[in-house]
Write a new protein. Structure first.
Length: 196
């Protein structure tokens, strides 16, 4: 029985890892992690809104659910091949919004996770602005930044850090220099559309 369970887990992991990066939104309608209206439940913590015009849901994974970690991402623009630092060719978009939700056993652990993410941001980004925003009843710390690492294909971004009970939440919108949208407005629209 244990061996069968391990085979099922291995097959599920292989299926997730073999998923194409350029999945179109219309192909996700039957995916259990996307509702028929385009909203996407991310863990037990929140339901992300249907993406605004110009953005497409790329990924929504609960593969690390046993550890309380959930991930979703949305992209804007057409994919362009890009060779990363590991020599692998990946799809690069004009902008990519990533959501990470870490569901913890205690509020203290959630607060510690948020603090850790904010510390990493301070170490890796040139932060130009910090503010507090309440969206859909949830308070977030918002930062606007430029990437310090010049080898990063993204030039600037905006991130939101928050805590909902025992869950730590991080949204990050990374943009290429050519992105013409208003990054803060896009992120704010996503945040305002969430339900908890």
């Amino acid at each position: 029985m244990k061996r069968n369970w391990l085979c099922v887990v291995a097959l599920a992991l292989a299926a997730v890892l073999c998923t194409g990066c350029g999945v179109k939104d219309e192909n996700l309608k039957s995916d259990p992690l996307v509702n028929a209206d385009g909203t996407a439940p991310v863990g037990k913590t929140l339901v992300a809104p249907a993406p605004p015009e110009g953005f497409t849901l790329l990924d929504n994974k609960d593969i690390l659910a046993a550890n309380g970690l959930y991930y979703a991402s949305w992209v804007s623009g057409d994919p362009q091949p890009y060779e990363n630092s590991e020599g692998k060719t990946v799809d690069l978009y004009d902008a990519q919004l990533t959501l990470v939700v870490q569901e913890n056993k205690t509020e203290d652990k959630a607060a510690s996770a948020v603090e850790g993410w904010q510390t990493l941001a301070q170490q890796n980004y040139d932060i130009s602005d910090t503010q507090t925003l309440t969206a859909a009843g949830q308070e977030y710390t918002i930062i606007q930044f430029a990437y310090q690492d010049e080898s990063n294909p993204y030039a600037f971004g905006v991130a939101a850090f928050g805590q909902k009970g025992t869950s730590a939440i991080e949204w990050e919108l990374s943009c290429q220099e050519s992105y013409t949208g208003d990054a803060l407005a896009v992120l704010t629209e996503f945040l305002n559309g969430c339900t908890y």
